[in-house]
Write a protein that binds this ligand. Sequence first.
Ligand code: ZN
Length: 93
Amino acid sequence: MVIGHTECGAASISSETIINHLLQRGITRETIQKQKEMGFDFDHLFQGFENSKTSVKRSVTLLKEHPLMPSGITIKGFVMDTSCGRLDPVGLS
Ligand SMILES: [Zn+2]
């Protein structure tokens, strides 16, 4: 199950924000640069998203199509409404 939720703080995240937090917590620019060179893709990993439904769809598709995912595993997406706790299924179409 992939479960997103409404009013998600991660929606407005950016690689810039994350890197600034890392710097504030004492991680050096050199370390961050090294991680980038080793293939840690900050921009790709911390890109935020426009809405939870789209984000859940993207994650479900990624998991379903992943080469290491065994066949026969059911993967479904939902968005939880944080105001009432209701889970709404997210179709892929
Ligand atoms: Zn969230």
